[in-house]
Design a protein around this ligand. Structure first.
Ligand SMILES: Nc1nc2c(ncn2[C@@H]2O[C@H](COP(=O)(O)O[C@H]3[C@@H](O)[C@H](n4cnc5c(=O)[nH]c(N)nc54)O[C@@H]3COP(=O)(O)O)[C@@H](O)[C@H]2O)c(=O)[nH]1
Length: 890
């Protein structure tokens, strides 16, 4: 995760930057405001100065006019030549009127004597005018050594009731009598002169003496005029005619005060511009500047806030990106696949650790911006270690070229045994995402699964499924090439016996050795398969295009197999001899079904079995017909069973003394079309299918029913009935229960029922046989071993089995006196039975010689055509009657 600046630091920078901006703006604004203020003050000063200068000029002009008017009265009235008493008041007043009319400011002019009495005036009252000068003013005028214009304090005129000023100078009459020329001027007229129409906001104009005595003011302030001495005097306030921050002359407010002396006496014009008024415009400006400044500051603050928010957002965004990246990194690291991201120039951008685990040689090689070519160059020797340098370089180039056109995942295996699935996906910016998924375990598992699905786990040979698949391909190839192939179906003879007597482990041992030997008999392109049990199939391909030659080739292989499999095996500590039966069929020439071909070879193999085993036999189409007939027979037997088409015949069994002691129940098929069918034609088929079970049960029940009938008859109650029991029937789990049930239901006496078991049945699973015989023996049922001498009779099992009788097979009886070995076998059986205290019955006795031989050697029971053929029960009963009669007569 990349580091980035903490937002607090950036925020501090933003704040500082904002503060600097604000300070700068405030400084500029302050400077501007200050400058504006100074300018405003300067403007006010200039204005006030200009005003005062104008006012001074105007006032000087006006006062000069008044002064001239007063001074001219001397000449006008000729005073210097007359005495006071000579003055014609009317004429003088008339003259004065004419003169005063020229000065509009002057209300009247008058000439007063030293006592203040009016000598003449321009007023209509003429010499009668009462002029009331402020106290002391007349005296101070008269006292002037040189006639100068004097100005009185402002007073309220007696005549006009308005505030006026008196201007006076003394005139010298004849005889040096001093008279005073006076002019009354309304203050308002002088104020107008002073102000001259100028309009300066807040301006206060005063005319005052150096002592501070106020003569007039604009605006007129009666309150001030009543105590018309302004303090401090203007001279103390203003330096060189101007003062800042001085109190306004009228209101005392801080003001700019400009004053100027005029020509007369110590009069001064003062203009006070209150700073408030002077700075009124400036204040607007200042406010505007302040507003603008505030606006600027607000903008700066806003910009700062926005910047801070931007910083925050940036931080959040970066944080989110960092978190996303962390999550991505975490996701990449938790991936089980290796991950590699390339940019558009095929350089490494990102990868995860799993990549280095899956492709360990990339450790230290993979790095940012490393070309993908470098990674491939590091991989070559692990993927294809045998390539030369040039070939390796070519591989790298091809690999680089190929990846642009390979959207589908592909697998690559490495020298370390791993298999990696590689998936490549383009990115929108032209880069490439490559994922490396380790599928080594998966591939191993699928190989194992495939092996389990297609191979026999015991021998590791192809199983039936794979064989069928290869057969399909071989058939198709054979049709294309015209070459024959062959199928050899192989079954081990008596394997079941080995399995049962020595156990499955020994059986498995044999199967594995057989598989090994079979593989040595064929070429690599041939197939050796195990279908299950002791069944093997060999498929030979690419034989001759000529049928006879191909058959000869297959025969040679078959004979080789026979030879090899006849060599004794070592199973554990013991040697074992095993033989195979091999059925063969040719494949090719036409599109045959693999199932049919297998069936043909199977049929051929059964033919070998039926012909004595340990041989090779080719499939004969005639056999197919036999097989079909067998299938038909099986179906017919099913119908016969449910259609009650079976009957029992009974073959008598005699004692040596001629008594009929019993009978063997033998099944017959009363076929609706074929008539009576002997069991030799159908028992074999029934035994191979499940049909023998219900069929045997029917025989047992029917025989027991007959037994019950006979035992109810005085003449036949001693008769024993023998019933053949097939292996499949005997091995039924409920066999014992069924026999007991039948005995109970039919009421047959168990000791009159004899069950005949074949020697091979007895030997097959001896323990089960002993158990079942033992259980039924407790009920009284008797047992006889049928076909005795044909199997592997041994004293060992005879002593273990609770048997009652041995039945010498008719094959021995047939050759008595003909084949010496059979004579010996019969004598041996009889001797052995005697020792074991077992009864012996000889079957197939057809001649008296045979019977005599048997009798001579101790056999006392006989069954055979000599004494009687199998017949229905009624015929047996008749036979018994006649034999009993013969015995009585004899
Ligand atoms: N599981 C069952 N098997 C049965 C049953 N019924 C008969 N069989 C078996 O069928 C085989 C043929 O039987 P069958 O054709 O009935 O032949 C029997 C006799 O007729 C015949 N026999 C008797 N004496 C002579 C003789 O002197 N010469 C001669 N050529 N044949 C003779 O032998 C057969 C009896 O044999 P066995 O049973 O071994 O005593 C046969 O194997 C029957 O067992 C049945 O119900 N169930």
């Amino acid at each position: 995760m990349t580091e980035f600046a903490a937002p607090s630091r950036i925020k501090a920078y933003v704040w500082a930057g904002g503060a600097i901006f604000v300070a700068a703006v405030v400084m500029v604004a302050g400077t501007l405001a200050w400058d504006a203020r100074q300018t405003a003050l300067a403007d006010s000063k200039a204005q006030a100065t200009r005003f005062v200068a104008g006012a001074e000029a105007a006032l000087n002009r006006s006062l000069l006019a008044v002064d001239v008017l007063l001074a001219s009265m001397d000449e006008l009235l000729g005073l210097s030549n007359v005495m006071t008493a000579w003055v014609d008041a009317d004429a003088a007043s008339q003259r004065l009127r004419g003169s005063a009319r020229q000065n509009l400011m002057v209300r009247y002019v008058a000439v007063l004597d030293g006592a203040g009495k009016t000598l003449a005036s321009s007023d209509p009252a003429g010499g009668g005018l009462l002029v009331q000068l402020p106290a002391g003013f007349l005296e101070s005028v008269l006292e002037q050594p040189v006639s100068t214009l004097m100005v009185s304090a402002p007073v309220v005129s007696f005549a006009s009731s308005e505030r006026v000023l008196y201007f006076a100078r003394h005139l010298r009459m004849a005889g040096s009598t001093r008279v005073v020329a006076v002019a009354e001027l309304p203050v308002s007229a002088l104020s107008s002169v002073l102000v001259q129409g100028v309009d300066i906001s807040g301006l206060q104009v005063t005319l005052e003496r150096a002592t501070g005595q106020l003569l007039l003011s604009v605006p007129n302030r009666e309150d001030v005029m009543t105590a018309p001495t302004l303090t401090p005097p203007i001279g103390d306030l203003a330096d060189q005619g101007m003062a800042w921050q001085a109190p306004a002359r009228l209101t005392g407010d801080p003001s700019l005060v400009v004053f100027r002396p005029i020509l007369y006496q110590d009069l001064r014009i003062a203009a006070s511009v209150p700073l408030d008024a002077a700075l009124a415009d400036w204040r607007n400006q200042r406010d505007a500047i302040a507003l603008t400044t505030l606006l600027f500051i607000a903008m700066i603050v806003a910009a700062g806030v926005m910047a801070l928010r931007y910083v925050d957002r940036m931080y959040q965004a970066r944080l989110a990106i960092a978190q996303s990246k962390a999550t991505l990194d975490q996701a990449l690291e938790s991936m089980v696949s290796g991950f590699l991201l390339l940019d558009s120039q095929q350089r490494v951008v990102q990868w995860n650790l799993q990549l280095e685990t899956i492709l360990p040689w990339l450790r230290g090689v993979v790095a940012p911006l490393v070309p993908f070519r470098t990674l491939l160059e590091a991989t070559v020797e692990h993927h294809a270690p045998r390539l030369s340098d040039d070939e390796g370089r070519r591989w790298v180039s091809q690999r680089l070229q190929r990846q642009k056109h390979q959207p589908e995942p592909r697998e690559q295996s490495y020298a370390n045994g791993s298999t990696i699935q590689i998936t490549e996906r383009g990115t929108p910016d032209g880069g490439l995402v490559i994922s490396y998924h380790d599928v080594t375990a998966l591939r191993k598992a699928s190989t194992e699964i495939e092996s389990l699905a297609f191979y026999d786990p015991l021998t590791n040979l192809p199983n039936r499924r794979l064989l069928m698949d290869r057969m399909q391909q071989a058939i198709a190839a054979s049709v294309r090439s015209g070459q024959y192939g062959a199928l050899l179906f192989l079954d081990l003879d008596h394997f079941k016996t080995l399995n049962d007597t020595r156990g499955h482990e020994v059986g498995d041992m044999l199967l594995r050795q057989v598989a090994q030997r079979l593989k040595t008999c064929v070429r690599r392109e041939d197939t050796v398969a195990r279908l299950g049990g002791d069944e093997f199939v060999l498929m030979l391909s690419d034989l001759s295009v000529h049928r006879d030659e191909a058959a000869a080739q297959a025969r040679r292989v078959g004979e080789k197999i026979l030879r090899k499999l006849n060599v004794p095996y070592t199973l554990g500590a013991n040697a074992h001899h095993s033989t195979p039966s091999i059925g063969a069929t040719l494949m090719g020439g036409s599109l045959q079904s693999s199932v049919d071909l297998l069936k043909e070879a199977d049929i051929a193999m059964y033919q070998v079995k039926s012909q004595g085993r340990n041989a090779l036999c080719f499939f004969d189409p005639q056999m197919q017909i036999v097989i079909s007939m067998r299938a038909q027979l099986e179906s017919d037997l099913q119908i016969a069973l449910t259609g009650r088409q079976f009957v029992l015949h009974y073959q008598p069994q005699f004692h040596l003394d001629g008594r009929l002691v019993g009978a063997e129940a033998l099944i017959r098929w009363q076929h609706p079309e074929r008539g009576l069918v002997a069991p030799g034609e159908f028992i074999g088929v029934a035994e191979e299918s499940e049909l023998i079970v219900p069929m045997g049960h029917w025989v047992l029940r029917t025989a027991c029913e007959q037994l019950a009938v006979w035992q109810g008859d005085e003449r036949y109650r001693h008769l024993q009935v023998s019933v053949n029991v097939s292996a499949r029937q005997f091995r039924q789990r409920d066999f014992v229960a069924r026999v007991v049930e039948v005995l109970r239901e039919t009421g047959a006496k168990p000791h009159l029922l004899k069950l005949e078991l074949t020697e091979s049945l007895v030997l097959d699973n001896v323990d089960d046989t002993i158990a079942k015989i033992g259980m039924l023996k407790t009920k009284g049922v008797r047992f006889s071993v049928d076909d005795f001498g044909t199997g592997y009779s041994s004293l060992a099992y005879l002593t273990r089995l609770p048997l009652d009788q041995l039945k010498i097979d008719q094959s021995f009886v047939r050759n008595l006196g003909v084949r010496h070995t059979d004579d010996v076998i019969v004598q041996t059986i009889l001797g052995m039975a005697r020792n074991l205290e077992l009864d012996v019955i000889a079957e197939g006795v057809e001649t008296v010689a045979q019977k005599d031989f048997l009798a001579r050697h101790g056999c006392v029971y006989f069954q055979g055509y000599l004494m009687g053929r199998p017949t229905p029960a009624a015929a047996l009963e008749a036979l018994m009657e006649s034999s009993a009669m013969a015995a009585t007569q004899g």
